[in-house]
Design a protein around this ligand. Structure first.
Ligand SMILES: Cc1ncc(COP(=O)(O)O)c(C=O)c1O
Length: 394
């Protein structure tokens, strides 16, 4: 690669390298080892002291894990990245690396259920204040700021409602107040949206989702500037052990190589499914997808995302109807995951967001009738037929 050139995410995922071993392998090797050997005791001492570069122990660094992080960093147009064991390890690591007792987090009302649970339990126990705000309401973010506010944390589009926020405008508010802005970019991946280019400070991912893309392993990543990550995040990861396993990193490297191609298909099929379902008279106004012409934030999505994503939601009016629809599906799989090669469905109110209070769920727009569909890579006609058949049985 020409180091002076900026390549696109598809090229980057294939070509960012950290050198080959003496075997001159063409594809990234798997360093499935917990620790690394030293030539002698003096070298062990020097590496531990940081006087000599080198791997020590895979909780600290591992070449396979480091290559995965380096490729994500390049794809996100970030200076640096660190990989974590899961997406939730990335969320928790960011919170605990940058927030201390007495400080304050402004959190979007529309985030993954476990992120809310951490804010309500762990952060509360540590005396870190949390204010939850409507994601798209910029003035609510600004009003929530106190002298103790250190961080904004959000997903856009949010899981599962697909609500979005103007990233550049929110980043301007964060910058004005000296607040760290963290974006969970799971629904988009760097192929569709690069929050750092719009002013965010850190991007996090559940690599479990589209980056793996075949529902096989868990992983996470945090991308941003090198100094912030090496000073604050690396010591936390190294000491707590929330780091990614080398095997999972190797699997995720395979996933990254096809990510851009898969995202094109996920997005094209999701757009087709959304338009097809929205055309059914009984679903008028019940299909949520940023690419639909009547989506209230379509213009914003078109501005900050290069495509509208692979996920859509249907509001079927009640839990009973949502469950009946899901149970009638033959091809689409009921599971608590997204971003898989197979089309998946989830009922957020009774699964991923079940631990939220009913009031919190409603505030976040997660109604009892809401069904999330993560559109896979099947022949789209087969997906449409399965959905149509299940709807007919309602
Ligand atoms: C937006 C978002 N962030 C974080 C996570 C957590 O990721 P993981 O399951 O890899 O811990 C999820 C999981 O569904 C998610 O959807």
């Amino acid at each position: 690669m020409d180091k002076t050139r900026r390549y696109g995410p598809a090229t980057t995922a294939l070509h960012v390298e950290r050198g080959t071993t003496h075997e001159r392998e063409n594809s990234p090797p798997l360093f499935l080892t917990s620790s690394f050997r030293f030539a002698n005791a003096a070298q062990a001492q020097a590496v531990f002291a940081g006087e000599e570069a080198g791997n020590l122990y895979s909780r600290f660094t591992n070449p396979t894990v480091d290559l995965f992080a380096a490729r994500v960093a390049a794809m996100e147009n970030a200076e640096y990245a660190l990989a974590t064991a899961t997406g939730m390890a990335a969320v928790t690591t960011v919170m605990l690396s940058f927030l201390s007792a007495g400080e304050h987090l402004v959190l979007s009302r529309s985030v993954f259920g476990s992120t809310v649970n951490i804010a309500n339990t762990l952060l509360a126990r540590m005396n870190i204040g949390v204010t939850r705000v409507p994601l798209s309401d910029l003035s609510a973010w600004e009003r929530a700021i106190t002298p103790a506010t250190r961080m904004f944390l959000l997903e856009t589009p949010a899981n599962p409602t697909l609500e979005m926020v103007d990233l550049a405008a929110l980043a301007a508010i964060a910058r004005r107040h000296g607040i760290l802005m963290v974006v969970d970019n799971v629904f988009c991946t760097p192929c569709l949206q690069r929050p750092l280019e719009l002013g965010a400070d850190l991007v996090i991912h559940s690599a479990t989702k589209y980056m793996d893309g075949q529902g096989r392993v868990l992983g996470g990543v945090i991308a941003g500037d090198r100094q912030r990550l090496t000073e604050h995040v690396y010591p936390f990861l190294r000491n707590t052990g929330a780091s990614l396993s080398p095997f999972n990193a190797w699997v995720l490297l395979k996933g990254l190589e096809t990510l851009a191609l898969r995202m094109e298909r996920h997005c094209a099929s999701a757009a087709r499914v959304a338009a097809h379902l929205a055309a059914r008279p009984e679903l008028a106004g019940a299909v949520h997808y940023p690419g639909l012409p009547d989506h209230p934030q379509r213009e914003l999505a078109a501005r900050q995302m290069s495509a509208f994503g692979g996920i859509l939601c249907l509001d079927l009016g009640s839990r009973e109807r949502a469950h009946r629809f899901m149970d009638a599906l033959q091809l689409v799989i009921i599971t608590a995951n997204l971003g898989d090669s197979r089309t998946l469905t989830t009922h957020p109110a009774t699964t991923t967001h079940a631990k939220l209070t009913p009031a919190d769920r409603l505030e976040a727009g997660i109604t009892d009738g809401l069904v999330r569909l993560s559109i896979g890579l099947e022949d789209v006609e087969d997906i449409l037929e399965d959905l149509d058949c299940a709807l007919t049985q309602l």
